[in-house]
Design a protein around this ligand. Structure first.
Ligand code: 0L1
Ligand code: MG
Length: 262
């Protein structure tokens, strides 16, 4: 069910204020049970417009719920997407202020940086690889604005798929010759290995997730501009983090990315 434009705007403002002022809220469908997936993306678009209205630049996109176990857990059969804005970017080796977060978790991902625009409806892995200038190891810090990190699909889409911070490695690697399926990652917290995985955990190949993003954008009349950074989805489970933690991702052939929470 669609919502009136002013209700969509109110929902986006509620989520924006929860993020800016660091408090959690009830999931949107508690108040508006009729929100469907399409309306949820309308709210996400309104949230994006609010941020752009503050002068923030959109730096790219992200895919979420890209592993089959996570989709099954949520009872859905397609991943979801969100946007990345410049205020979410953290320098490699930089600091993240925990007081600005509600209940942060981190996950290991592969980032794509495109040199050509991509559009649907039939985008595929080959088109993604041809349009990719380089790959980077990436850590996504997710931080749902919903109480206890509990939500349903429309609510989490509206909440920009829990996007909160991201860091990418400092050494761009050409995609030529990279086997994204067997690419191994090790996610460490305070020097201890917390999670390991391989690229194939993301829909069989992270490039498939990027192609799916492009095809999903097409359905909403959008495309992926050249120069986009895309977080292709979690290879590992998300692990909770707290002030004082140092997080490091080591990705086979791509180097490292990391940050410290203060
Ligand atoms: O990036 C992600 O896979 C997160 C998607 C939203 C679900 C969650 O917050 O766990
Ligand atoms: Mg993610």
């Amino acid at each position: 069910m669609s919502l009136e434009p002013e209700v969509i705007e109110d929902c986006a403002r509620l989520l924006d204020e929860a993020q800016s002022n660091v408090y959690d809220v009830d999931k949107l469908t508690d108040t508006h049970p009729g929100i469907d997936v399409d309306t949820a993306y309308d709210i996400q678009d309104a949230l994006r417009a609010i941020k752009q209205g503050r002068g923030l630049r959109i730096t790219g996109m992200k895919m979420g719920l890209t592993s089959y176990p996570k989709m099954k857990q949520m009872g859905v059969d397609t991943p979801i997407y969100g946007f990345l804005s410049e205020d979410l970017a953290v320098n490699d080796g930089g600091l993240v202020e925990t007081a600005l977060l509600i209940h942060p978790k981190v996950e290991a991902e592969i980032a794509f940086v495109t040199s050509e625009s991509l559009s649907g409806p039939n985008c595929d892995e080959a088109a993604v690889m041809a349009a990719t200038a380089f790959l980077l190891p990436a850590i996504e810090l997710i931080d749902s604005r919903y109480r206890d990190f509990k939500f349903d699909l429309p609510s989490v889409i509206a909440d920009n798929t829990s996007a909160s911070r991201y860091v990418v490695g400092s050494r761009p690697v050409s995609p030529a010759g990279v086997d994204l399926e067997t690419l191994g990652v090790v996610l460490e917290k305070n020097g201890a290995v917390m999670e390991v995985g391989a690229g194939a955990a993301v829909l069989g190949n992270p490039a498939t997730a990027v192609a799916m993003l492009v095809n999903m954008l097409h359905v909403r009349g959008q495309s992926l501009p050249a120069g986009s950074l895309v977080l292709s989805g979690a290879i590992t489970a998300a692990i909770p983090v707290a002030a004082g933690d140092s997080i490091l991702l080591r990705a086979d052939g791509l180097g490292t990315a990391g940050f410290r929470l203060i």
